[in-house]
Design a protein around this ligand. Structure first.
Ligand SMILES: C[S@@+](CC[C@H](N)C(=O)[O-])C[C@H]1O[C@@H](n2cnc3c(N)ncnc32)[C@H](O)[C@@H]1O
Length: 334
């Protein structure tokens, strides 16, 4: 959703920008190129291998950039929930002034999914790992083989939204009573057997995808981390600054939607406003039309610029199958 992200920051005079989820640095590179006024750039990723690749790309970009040293750029291997300490470390005054743009593009990068050794892919064999941060101690294998049975069931039900969760829970417990589950193939085969013939290949792949999503959320504590990070990001924004979040499943999107409304302090019972009534100080051109933002929700502390989330175009979905469930939401601080 590159075009949509550029649109969301497009009209801002962006002096400072934080990419909380570097990935392949595609969004970062596009923002750096599009915003010649940028003075400070900070990129973060919790995965050191991803970070190193992204950093190399940013360095190559800056080496060819005519701005030279007028753009300060930093990258960090950090979980985005620590954005305040990262920004405080870059410049102790930054938190008081705030940053003009923050992006969170959640989920996994292609580099992580395509590396079978990370255990994220349903379709290739690898260890039951699923850690975004390889230094973290908890793996999917730990959960499946040693967490209490009821906890395993709860993860499948709440994080996978899997209707067959109870049967799968029983099968997992049965498997660990014999040889255990040690590879992604062990888990996929268990799901295949549990799914029977119903739904065919598509059926068990969908179930396995939900089971993998559930375990990944639990291993990385993704939902609590997201909620905490959204509040932290809001605190880090300057007046008129924007937070853009792309999520990839309904559990994440629900958190983004609810937390945005909570952070802007929408007055109870107040009707949603169609227009921005106050606040934005960073618009490059006040009159510039932002046609992507049709429905807004005005609060005391901010404005949700996307009452309904922005979703990928049909063309984009065709080009990039993985983006089909993406939802983009934008908030502007007053
Ligand atoms: C979808 S990719 C980002 C792609 C990126 N926007 C691009 O243009 O290439 C998501 C990235 O977020 C990182 N990530 C996930 N959870 C994180 C967290 N809690 N803190 C920091 N990075 C995280 C992942 O390691 C992954 O590299």
């Amino acid at each position: 959703m590159l075009g949509e992200v550029l649109d969301a920051f497009g009209t801002l005079h962006l002096r400072s920008f934080v990419d909380c989820t570097l990935g392949a640095a595609g969004h970062s590179a596009a923002i750096i190129e599009a915003h010649r006024e940028l003075e400070l750039y900070v990129g973060m990723d919790v995965d050191p291998a991803v970070h190193d690749e992204a950093r190399a790309r940013i360095e190559r970009l800056l080496a060819e950039d005519s701005r030279g040293s007028s753009l300060e750029a930093y990258t960090h291997v950090r979980n985005f929930k620590y954005i305040k300490s990262v920004l405080g470390g870059v410049d102790e005054n930054l938190l008081a002034v705030g940053v003009d743009g923050i992006l969170m593009d959640l989920g996994m990068s292609s580099m992580q999914v395509d590396d079978s050794g990370r255990g994220f892919s349903v379709l290739s064999d690898g260890p039951l790992d699923m850690r975004m941060n390889p230094q973290a101690s908890l793996t999917a294998e730990d959960i499946l083989n040693s967490w209490p049975e009821s906890e395993v069931g709860k993860i499948l039900r709440d994080y996978g939204e899997e209707s067959n969760w109870h049967f799968l829970q029983k099968q997992i417990v049965k498997a660990r009573a014999s040889v255990g589950l040690h590879s992604t193939s062990d888990l996929v085969n268990l799901v295949r057997r549990a799914s029977g013939r119903s739904g065919g290949r598509e059926g068990w792949i969908k179930t396995a995808t939900r089971v993998f999503q559930a375990l990944r959320i639990a291993v990385n504590d993704e939902l609590q981390t997201l909620e905490d990070a959204l509040y932290a990001c809001f605190d880090c924004l300057s007046s008129g600054g924007r937070l853009v979040v792309i999520s990839f499943h309904s559990l994440e999107d629900r958190i983004v939607k609810q937390t945005f409304l909570d952070m802007i302090e929408k007055p109870e019972g107040d009707d949603d406003k169609g227009e921005i009534s106050s606040g934005p100080s960073l618009l490059a051109t006040e009159s510039e039309a932002e046609t992507w933002s049709k429905n807004r929700v005005q609060g005391r502390q901010g404005i949700v610029l996307t009452k309904r989330p922005i979703t990928p175009t049909k063309e984009e979905e065709k080009l990039n199958h993985r983006c089909r469930s993406a939802k983009l939401r934008v908030l502007q601080k007053i």
